[in-house]
Design a protein around this ligand. Structure first.
Ligand code: A2P
Length: 342
């Protein structure tokens, strides 16, 4: 099998670090992996598989210089906007974790368990977009249920961890908790979130749009339709909660057909990269604390609606840095490599 030169852009960030952990765990055909970040980090090293890799400064020419063939971007939307085209021009496939290119008609938006064949479209722009973290874990669950019962509508409320806002956002929660124990939470600063996040929940992620929904909520709406390739109705309420890792979602799904919770449980148990944890008698259900570092999406609390036979309720949890970002990006890279081999 051919081996590839890989770049990880945003190597020092919350998602970038996770990409390196995953490359340590799996057997990926790489020739070299080049960490890239800002000039602040350039020259310092990161530990990877027992070696110290030197971080390179992200520049317009670095992808040519390093002969990069696969570039995984997780350094923020404006960085992707500026540098992903240079990576693509250098001949690399860009797998972009930011929202910047997601809704471009020419850019495939891929969750490998749901729409892997879209990866074939990468050549048009050289870019494949990784969906929003909350969208990824949700569509993994929606796809097999849609195939079985014909999905019409999704009502979702999210409980999203601070790591979705990057390392500084996680640090803000930790600092505020420390301040709380020193009786000075009132004086604690907030920059990453619009309000204090410690001992609080914030029903706003990203900025509000004109229709009263936030950008995060509209990402879940638009991305779900693009990935499923189907005009389902989606209504989202996205909420930031004071956890570090793991996004949870309460889903209410309306189908064209009648749906049975036991049948849905069986279908989900067979679906790729989904683990059903649903044992109320033993108080067993998925939680953020038990999904950290896992590459699967966990589903529980699967139950019929009390009133309507075509409505199902369930609870979905996944590690947002892994399933919602790094794992999905690496799985896209693996599929892309498979396609090159054919
Ligand atoms: P750096 O550590 O050099 O600032 P997070 O999502 O956890 O906040 O991480 C953001 C990532 O994006 C970090 O790896 C950060 O690198 C990287 N980054 C931020 N600004 C730039 C930039 N101008 N050029 C390259 N990488 C950047």
């Amino acid at each position: 099998m051919r081996k590839y030169n890989v770049a990880v852009v945003g190597a020092t960030g919350a998602v970038g670090e996770e990409i390196f952990r995953i490359f340590e765990e799996i057997d990926f055909p790489y020739n070299k992996i080049v960490p890239m970040a800002s000039e602040r980090s350039a020259g310092s090293t990161i530990d990877f598989d027992g070696h110290a890799l030197v971080i390179k400064e992200l520049t317009e020419t670095i992808f040519d210089e390093e002969e990069i063939e696969i570039a995984l971007f997780s350094a923020g939307g404006s960085i992707s906007a500026k540098y992903a085209p240079f990576a693509a021009k250098a001949g690399a496939v860009v797998i972009d974790n930011t929202s910047h290119f997601r809704m471009d008609a020419d850019v495939p938006l891929v969750v490998p368990e749901v729409n892997p064949s879209e990866i074939h479209e990468w050549k048009t722009t050289g870019i494949i977009a990784n969906p929003n973290c909350s969208t990824i874990q949700m569509v993994q669950v929606l796809k097999p249920l849609d195939e079985a019962f014909d999905l019409l509508r999704v009502d979702v409320s999210t409980y999203q961890a601070t790591s979705g806002g990057g390392k500084e956002a996680m640090a803000e929660l930790v600092t505020q908790m420390q301040d709380f124990f020193q009786f000075k939470l009132d004086e604690s600063e907030h920059k990453a979130f619009p309000h204090q996040i410690a001992l609080n929940v914030i029903p706003q992620i990203d900025v509000f749009t004109e229709n009263g929904y936030t950008k995060e909520e509209m990402k879940m709406v638009n991305e779900t339709i693009k990935i499923l390739g189907k005009k389902v109705e989606v209504s989202a309420t996205c909420v930031r909660v004071p956890t570090l890792r793991g996004h949870a979602e309460a889903l209410t799904l309306t189908f064209d057909a009648d749906v049975d919770a036991a049948e849905a449980r069986e279908i989900l148990a067979k679906a790729p990269n989904i683990i059903v944890v649903d044992n109320p008698a033993l108080n067993e259900y998925p939680m953020p604390a038990s999904c950290v570092d896992q590459n699967e999406t966990f589903v529980g609390r699967i139950r019929n609606d009390l009133y309507r036979k075509n409505v199902l309720h369930l609870w979905v949890v996944a590690d947002n840095l892994r399933v919602g970002a790094a794992t999905n990006a690496v799985r896209i890279a693996q599929k892309w490599v498979e396609m090159q081999e054919k």
